[in-house]
Design a protein around this ligand. Structure first.
Ligand code: TYD
Length: 221
């Protein structure tokens, strides 16, 4: 982690394979931080801004089967650059806590490892789009890939249009295993910033594990 970030705020992100419980845990953390009196700004990727939502529609449209891996990668960063300019940077400059549902680590895991584009190319795109901006700490929920996928499929088949069997949910089991390996690789490269948190068990118990990874950073603030 950057010990002296060039802003007064704190940048946190959540990662995980599909159905790992990431979004539930992010909600619980945001509630906890707000109860403790912090101003929290949420970001979601891809999406979050007006422009980002339109990019998200292109990315998730099941009709876009022909989308090339590089197109997917650059659209992820286009959405992220817009969210950074509109939401993340201004909030960090104000001294707020930003909590992002996915960030560049998703692109490393999904496009870099899952699609085989490689970490180097993803990091080059990151540099171009975002410079040095990385979360101060990332919580990556880990859960057995098969269990996560069956959860995600249940959720998608019973939910609204926006989430219904999106293109990116239709990848093979091997793809999702590669994504999980991508996350483990990031954890080996950046053990201080990137924390793997087991997602099995009661949501409250998992939330306590998450809190233990975040609380020390709040004391430093
Ligand atoms: P979403 O419905 O937001 O899924 P989740 O609730 O799991 O976050 O869809 C986002 C999908 O996009 C998800 O399958 C992960 C994928 N994705 C990438 O492949 N690369 C990225 O850089 C990001 C941010 C997401």
């Amino acid at each position: 982690m950057n010990p002296n970030p060039p802003y007064p705020g704190l940048f946190l992100s959540f990662e995980g394979t599909d159905g790992s419980g990431k979004s539930t845990q992010m909600r619980l953390l945001v509630e906890h931080l707000r109860r403790d009196g912090f101003t929290v700004v949420e970001n979601q990727e891809p999406g979050a801004t007006h422009i980002g939502l339109q990019i998200r529609r292109i990315l998730l449209d099941p009709a876009h089967q022909e989308m090339a891996g590089m197109t997917e990668l650059l659209l992820m960063f286009a959405s992220r650059a817009q969210a950074t300019a509109e939401i993340i940077r201004p909030a960090l400059d104000r001294g707020d806590i930003v909590v992002s549902d996915r960030f560049t680590d998703s692109t490393l895991a999904y496009q870099g490892e899952g699609r085989g584009i490689g970490f180097d190319i993803v990091l080059a795109a990151h540099k171009l789009a975002l410079g040095d901006l990385l979360p101060d700490r990332t919580i990556c929920m880990t859960l057995d890939v098969e269990t996560g996928l069956s959860r995600a499929h249940k959720r998608n088949s019973s939910s609204d249009e926006q989430h219904k069997e999106a293109r990116l949910d239709r990848q093979s089991l091997e793809f999702h295993h590669r994504v999980a390996e991508g996350y483990r690789k990031i954890a080996r490269l950046e053990p201080e910033r990137f924390r793997l948190v087991p997602g099995d068990g009661e949501p409250g118990a998992v939330a306590e594990r998450v809190w233990r990874e975040i609380a020390p950073l709040l004391r430093e603030k």
